[in-house]
Ligand binder design. Structure first.
Ligand SMILES: [Zn+2]
Length: 127
């Protein structure tokens, strides 16, 4: 008893937080989805009423996260292709452009979700 439980609780909470991010659930109640369509968010949480876009321009901050996600994806993808294939740079570049294009909706969605979780202090601290 004691130690075991105390060690497990924070880990479980952290895991649940990331699971909610992956599923793109509301940062407050983590019950309802943030997006209603591919590129369209709910104005507020259908479950707890949290207003997702706090003020006009709120999601400009998410652009930095989306740059980061995009750059990370391209760099990681290029590194993997260069390491494990003999493709020329032109092929690698072309594949990465296509991959980035395909990933755009997901980068858009996850950057907004990550931004909300970060900005509202749901990582480390507030719960
Ligand atoms: Zn909610």
């Amino acid at each position: 008893m004691g130690m075991g439980n105390r060690m497990r609780a924070p880990y479980g909470r952290e895991t649940r937080r990331w699971a909610a991010v992956l599923k793109m659930l509301c940062p407050r109640c983590r019950q309802a989805r943030v997006f209603k369509e591919l590129f369209k968010m709910h104005r507020e949480c259908p479950r707890c009423g949290l207003k997702f876009e706090r003020e006009p321009g709120y999601f400009l901050g998410a652009m930095y996260i989306s740059y980061g996600l995009g750059a990370g994806l391209v760099l990681a993808g290029m590194a993997l292709l260069r390491l494990f294939t003999d493709l020329s740079f032109h092929w690698v570049f072309g594949i990465m452009v296509a991959l980035l294009w395909l990933a755009t909706p997901w980068i858009f969605r996850y950057s907004r979700v990550l931004f909300m979780y970060t900005e509202r202090g749901f990582f480390g601290g507030g719960d």
